[in-house]
Write a protein that binds this ligand. Structure first.
Ligand SMILES: Nc1ncnc2c1ncn2[C@@H]1O[C@H](COP(=O)(O)OP(=O)(O)OP(=O)(O)O)[C@@H](O)[C@H]1O
Length: 295
C-alpha cells in the first residue's frame, strides 16, 4: 500500500518533528514506503496534484488543521483516493465531526489501518471555491479575519478580538433564495453549514449531516453573549446548541445577497468581503477513513 502524507508544518503552531519520527517508525513497522509532501502555503494544490500523479497513492493522510484537510479534499475531488485525518491544527472541525480521535497517535492508527470509509459532501461557493465544513458571512468571519492577521495564536489571541467584534457587528440584511423559496432576513451572521459543529465542538447546526446532498443556512438573529457562546463564536464555551435566536433553513441550493459587502470565511480561511454568495453541494465528493467502532 502506498500512503502519501500531506504535512502542514505550521498548523496549530505545534512542533511536528517528534510526530514525524513516529510516522516513520510506524511505516517501517508496517513495512510500507513513506511518501510525504510538506505544504508551503504557496501553490500547494498544484504541488499536491503533481505528487499524486507521481506516487499514485492508495490513501492520503492529511496532517494539519481544517485548512490542510480542505486543500487535500478539493485536490482529490472525484479522484477516488480515500483520505485519513490526523488533526493537528488550531481548528479541527471536520475531524471532530467525524469522530476522529484527538490524540494524533490514535488518529494515525485510524488513518493507516481503518477500513471503514464514509462519503463526504463538499460545498461549492460562488462557482469556484470549495468548503467542507462551515462557512459564514458576518461576525464570525470578522473574528476569523482579526485572528488571522494577528501573529499570536490560541485562546488568548482569539479572546482579544471577541468583544470588539461583537460590539461592532452590524445587523446584516440577507435576501435568500433557497430551493426556489425566497426569504428576507436580518441577522448578525449567516453560516452555511455542511455539518453540526464548529471545530470547538460547539453545535451550531443540529440538523447537519455531511453526506446528505444538503446543507443548512443558519441565521443568527441576536448578538447577546449567551447567543454568541452557543453559536460557537468562542472556543471556551462548553454550551451546546439551545438557541432560539438561530433560524435554520435546510436546502440543496442557495443564493444569498447582502445589501452591503461583508467579510466571508470558509473553513477558517478568510475569503474577503462579498455581497453575493451562491452555494451548492458536491454530493459524495470524497471518502474519509473513520474509526471502526463509529456507528
Ligand atoms: N509551510 C507553510 N508556511 C506558512 N503557511 C502555511 C504553510 N503550509 C500551509 N500554510 C497555510 O496554513 C493554512 C492552513 O492551516 P490549517 O488550517 O491546516 O491549520 P491551522 O492551525 O488550523 O491554521 P490557522 O491557525 O492558520 O487557521 C493555510 O492558510 C495555508 O496557506
Amino acid at each position: 500500500m502506498r500512503v502519501l502524507f500531506i504535512i502542514n508544518p505550521i498548523a496549530g503552531d505545534i512542533p511536528k518533528d517528534e510526530f514525524i519520527r513516529f510516522i516513520k517508525s510506524e511505516m517501517i513497522e508496517r513495512e510500507l514506503p513513506l511518501y510525504t509532501l510538506y505544504t508551503t502555503g504557496e501553490d500547494d494544490e498544484q504541488r499536491l496534484l503533481r505528487k499524486v500523479q507521481e506516487v499514485k497513492p492508495h490513501r492520503i493522510i492529511s496532517v494539519g488543521g481544517d485548512g490542510t484537510l480542505l486543500l487535500v479534499c478539493q485536490t482529490l475531488l472525484h479522484k477516488a483516493i480515500p483520505i485519513g485525518i490526523v488533526p493537528l491544527g488550531s481548528a479541527n472541525g471536520m475531524a471532530e465531526e467525524l469522530g476522529i480521535p484527538k490524540n494524533p497517535i490514535e488518529a494515525l492508527s485510524v488513518a493507516l489501518d481503518s477500513l471503514k470509509k464514509v462519503p463526504l459532501d463538499l460545498i461549492l461557493f460562488n462557482s469556484h471555491l470549495y468548503g467542507m465544513h462551515i462557512a459564514d458571512v458576518g461576525m464570525n468571519a470578522k473574528l476569523v479575519e482579526a485572528y488571522d492577521k494577528d501573529p499570536g495564536r490560541g485562546l488568548m489571541t482569539y479572546a482579544k478580538y471577541l468583544l470588539p467584534v461583537l460590539e461592532n457587528a452590524p445587523l446584516l440584511h440577507f435576501e435568500i433564495l433557497a430551493d426556489g423559496i425566497e426569504y428576507h432576513r436580518q441577522g448578525y451572521m449567516l453560516a452555511i453549514a455542511n455539518a453540526q459543529k464548529y471545530g470547538t465542538g460547539v453545535i451550531i447546526n443540529p440538523k447537519g449531516k455531511f453526506s446528505d446532498g444538503k446543507f443548512e443556512l443558519c441565521i443568527l438573529k441576536d448578538k447577546s453573549i449567551n447567543t454568541i457562546m452557543s453559536a460557537g463564536l468562542t472556543i471556551f464555551s462548553p454550551e451546546l446548541f439551545r438557541n432560539e435566536s438561530m433560524e435554520v433553513i435546510s436546502c440543496e441550493k442557495a443564493s444569498i445577497k447582502l445589501k452591503e459587502k461583508y467579510m466571508f470565511q470558509i473553513d477558517g480561511e478568510v475569503i474577503g468581503e462579498v455581497d453575493h454568495i451562491t452555494a451548492e453541494p458536491v454530493h459524495n465528493a470524497i471518502e474519509v477513513f473513520v474509526p471502526h467502532l463509529r456507528s
